[in-house]
Write a protein that binds this ligand. Sequence first.
Ligand code: ADP
Ligand code: MG
Length: 697
Amino acid sequence: MNNFLITPIEYLKGVGPQKAELLKKEIGVFTFGDLLEYYPFRYVDRSRFQRISDLLDVEGNVQIKGRIVGIIEAGSGRGKRLTAKFQDETGMIDLVWFKGASWVKNTLKVNKEIQVYGKATQFNGSWNIAHPEMSDINKSNEVGYQPVYSSTEKLNTSGLNTKGIEKLVKGLLDQIQELFEEPFSEAICTEHRLISKDRAVRLIHNPKSELDAQQARFRLKFEELFFLQMELLVRKKITLQKSKGYIMEQVGDVFNTFYKNYIPFELTGAQKRVLKEIRKDLNTGHHMNRLLQGDVGSGKTLVALLSMLLTVGNGYQSAIIAPTEILATQHYESISELLAPMDVKVKLLTGSTKKKDRIPLHEGLINGEVNILIGTHALLEDPVKFDNLGLVVIDEQHRFGVAQRSRMWKKNDLAPHVLIMTATPIPRTLAMTFYGDLDVSVIDELPPGRKPIKTMHKYDASRLPVFGLIRDEIAKGRQVYFVYPLIKESEKLDFNNLLDGFEAISRSFPMPQYNVSIVHGKMKSEDKEFEMNRFVKGETQIMVATTVIEVGVNVPNASVMIIESAERFGLSQLHQLRGRVGRGAEKSYCILMTGDEISKDSEKRMKTMVRTNDGFEIAEVDLQLRGPGDLLGTQQSGLLDLKIANLSKDAQVVAMARDVAKQVLSKDPTIELEEHKMIRYRLQEMLKSRPNWGRIA
Ligand code: ADP
Ligand code: MG
């Protein structure tokens, strides 16, 4: 069977060399197997049609039956457009084409009964369907489901429209008498209600009902995701087996003393859970590589501190790396204060640490006197040597490249445990897949007593009331951020906007009553630090900045965040920026200023921000809007090259596939049992065809 499936597509009846060439080029179908995996993207239920007179109150996809009664061409060149008047017994609707008008025109047949499918929309008071799918009415009595395959203009012209493709697939399936091999054991199929592979492959191309189609889709999605997860889990297992990590057996006095006497708050349930996960990792003898996701303000720093205290109590040093000097300094100050009554030595190392201070610091690190080092990436560049570095915490991971991550590992003979903290939540399904080699912990609960941030969307035209709010807040002793976009393509223009904004704000909020800071990327870093610090210390009430302030700065007294040209920011960035306020107990505001006319997607982003403060919910919307490739901005799109499953939409199936893959591995770690024979074969095949897999294994 497998050999049969890799037969080149040109050997299929009905496919000559020319069609074969097109199938390869246009839709990546090279073999019989590829064709079978070219799944329909939807089905039409030929038994159900809407009537044109009923369309009037619904916008959406419709299927109608009728005749074209007239064709109108208008415009010329690129502006050419084609309209067909389409009629059923109840009314008339326009079918419209903006592209390929001349070609479409030749295919239209006036007065022949056809069926039309597409999205009905209202335009200038009349209804139309742009670029509809059209097909002949099937005269036979056959009713039910018909697959629809996506085609291309070139395939279409060579007779491979959806019908043509359907015919090829059916012809091929008819040739296959044998059953398709079943990779899953009976136990798995029964437990998870999977129809057989054979039935699924046949039904997906030829279902009799919506239920058939659903079952087939579910089964095939599950299979695809199962093997993806299996691959990731096996890969992770191999990495884990190779990696030895320091064993930290005890909770230790340091941790206990702090926890009993000095911890400033009761931990939230989520903080406790994550801490347990970390504690467990530190004691396995393997190297920990854990990603900690938690919304802004969820209290990651405290978890980091407690993890470092565990490490210290076991006789190891630890380090935390922050993305900016301000943030490192803030961590240093708050951690030193918390640990003041204890015998734990904490030091700060940043780019501006003086030479003469560095020498004793280096000594303290190498002789083990310093227990906790807090720093910026200067720490990575500096020739720092630890006596025994047991744990590295990386705060706000999205500012660090992978290369920097791996450099950290070189400091020791044995790699230190690594905890990466990020406030940019990634939907769970994606995290499971993309961070397959990391363990993921989530803090999904905010500390009690936070007042939610009130978010509003305002158009530029209604700026005045916003200024009123700002005056009121400043009068109450609060502080305010104004953030301007600074995006590469139009840097110069943005920069001018920022400066204009700064001037306008300074005029509306004049000295000596008000003091305004400005911070942007073109300033020298000392100047930036200086201005930031004035704001941190409360010497200025207003901070005008670009997104340089995005990351982690903690000014609990700030209560208003105004984001200018908010339509130009992505959702995760907006959420990140909003997280700069709402850090104290005061009520806070986030105001999204946009131009008066914005795109639908921008509108949706603003609405989402106004509706929810939940970073994970926002990440889900972001995923829907942008798709996984964009969201991750990675080169890993190969992983996204899925045939039927969709990481943005099939979250539940992803989770289920991952669970089942885990169950298989825990029951049968080396995948040797007879019942897993087919899984083993398939994994071996994947191993052969994916070079990076082979390299790891
Ligand atoms: P982030 O996860 O964004 O790094 P932080 O660690 O800066 O968040 O914590 C935000 C604020 O919440 C800090 O002021 C911190 O002191 C406070 N905090 C952390 N944990 C708790 C808790 N369990 N109860 C109350 N406040 C907490
Ligand atoms: Mg933080």
